[in-house]
Design a protein around this ligand. Structure first.
Ligand code: UDX
Length: 434
């Protein structure tokens, strides 16, 4: 065993979903001996074969390497946690529409693991949990628990784990906290040590701020349209101010996905319970709903000449249904929220998305007929709506698509396309905030 190996920990990861699998594979890559534990035997069998069920760039290689070096194993047997120096909880914590988190699976995992853990083992809570849960978990386990939130973006999870902007360790027990921090030795990110409550809140505060920033720029785009300003130029000016930052300033159909909506609702619930001033955060969420409505009105304006124009029986072609480019995820997708409003106004929707195959997308059944050829989206359409910023949409044969449409109108809700290119191809082009 080299010195390097000797320093490394034996780690148990409970829950091998999107966060748990990424955590297990990356910690193995960092040299730890990792066992991923899941209650789903089918999932464990698939992972043991090295099949990675989620579309995350680089994750399959990390899993394959971990299996090959035997640093990474998967099991349904919780007693495997008895060897662990650290157990990382990555169990899903779904949040209801009112923002309350469902911790039944999380608590069940804690209770099942409790009797198995070695005396020296420390528990790290990586699941996104309501503020106060880490302390509650420590009491439930009768041992130290440390909050260690993740900041992984879908489509960049493995990269973000191995190149974090920051590592947050929220523990009241110094030894436990330093044991969890040591998992990340070798990564060059700043480690922020704080208490569990601040650590849990920092995760929600970060996501809610990202949501607020996008809602801000979406409202700004609406103002730009009314004033005849160009939101792309306005935000380019803003991006140059390091205090504002250069990202999360692109207007779109709204923010979605499996995290921001869930975490903003949870924070809103927590803040309301605490009697805090929630107006700003509440309106970031409300502005996001208004953005979906604004997009639907924009499409009706473009296609019928009036924001209230009837779309009854009108065929519309959607470019993109996922919540953002680079994923196959339609959970809380703003594209589908806009599609619902268009369908409610009577439109008949066909959609194409490079990340979603024609059959496997429950969120779209009965709402959008998915096709696997983008020309079928244009055929006889009274208008096209670009809702997800897939880069390959820039290189489509727009002249050919214009010929296929009934009316060559396009609403680009991501300002992805080059307006002169679309106009030359024969389209009447509508951007967002331009
Ligand atoms: C987010 C956080 O970025 C990540 O740190 C956290 O751990 C999980 O939630 P993710 O859900 O993958 O990650 O999505 P993200 O890339 O943050 O985008 C969220 C939404 O905002 C998407 O719908 C995206 O289209 C939208 N968005 C983002 C914009 O509309 N404009 C922007 O400029 C940026």
């Amino acid at each position: 065993m080299s010195d390097h190996d000797r320093d490394r920990c034996t780690v148990g990861v409970v829950g091998t979903g999107y966060v748990g699998l990424t955590t297990a594979a990356c910690l193995a890559h960092l040299g730890h001996r990792v066992t991923g534990v899941d209650i789903d035997a089918r999932k464990v069998a698939v992972l043991r074969r090295g099949d990675v069920p989620i579309a995350e760039p680089g994750l399959d290689t990390l899993v394959a390497d971990g299996l090959a070096t035997r640093r990474l194993t998967f099991t349904t047997d919780l007693t495997a946690l008895a060897e662990a120096d650290v157990v990382v909880l990555c169990v899903p914590t779904p949040t209801g529409p009112d923002g309350t988190a469902d911790l039944r699976a999380y608590d069940a995992a804690v209770d099942a693991a409790a009797p198995v853990l070695a005396a020296h083992c420390v528990v790290a809570v990586k699941s996104t949990v309501p503020v106060g849960t880490t302390t509650r978990t420590a009491r439930r386990l009768g041992r130290p628990a440390v909050s260690n939130p993740e900041f992984l973006r879908e489509g960049h999870a493995a990269h973000d784990f191995l190149h974090p902007d920051r590592i947050v360790v929220g523990g009241s027990d110094p030894d436990a906290a330093s044991r969890v921090a040591s998992l990340y030795d070798g990564l060059t990110a700043p480690v922020v040590h704080t208490d569990p409550v601040s650590s849990e809140l920092a995760k929600y505060a970060s996501n809610a701020f990202l949501a607020l920033k996008v809602s801000y720029v979406n409202v700004l785009a609406d103002l730009c349209e009314r004033l005849g300003a160009d939101v792309v130029d306005v935000t380019d000016v803003m991006r140059l101010d390091p205090r504002i930052g250069s990202t999360f300033l692109s207007p779109g159909p709204g923010w979605g996905g499996s995290c921001l909506p869930k975490d903003t609702r949870a924070l809103l619930h927590t803040a309301t319970e605490a009697g805090a001033d929630v107006a700003l955060l509440a309106d970031a969420v409300a502005a996001n709903e208004r953005q979906h409505e604004r997009m639907a009105r924009k499409v009706r304006q473009a296609v019928t000449g009036s924001p209230e124009g009837s779309l009854h029986g009108v065929r519309l072609g959607l470019l993109g249904v996922t919540f953002k480019a680079g994923t196959d995820d339609v959970r809380d997708s703003p594209a589908l929220a806009v599609a619902q409003r268009l369908a409610a106004a009577g439109a008949v929707l066909t959609g194409y998305d490079p990340g979603v195959d024609r059959d496997g997308c429950p969120g779209t059944h009965g709402l959008v007929q998915l096709v696997d050829d983008v020309t079928l989206v244009a055929k006889d359409a009274a208008g096209l709506v670009l809702l997800t910023e897939w880069p390959q949409f820039r290189d489509l044969d727009w002249a050919h698509l214009a010929e296929l449409t009934d009316r060559a109108t396009i609403v680009d809700t991501r300002n992805l396309l080059d307006p002169p290119t679309l106009t030359r191809a024969g389209f009447t082009y509508f951007g967002l905030g331009r």
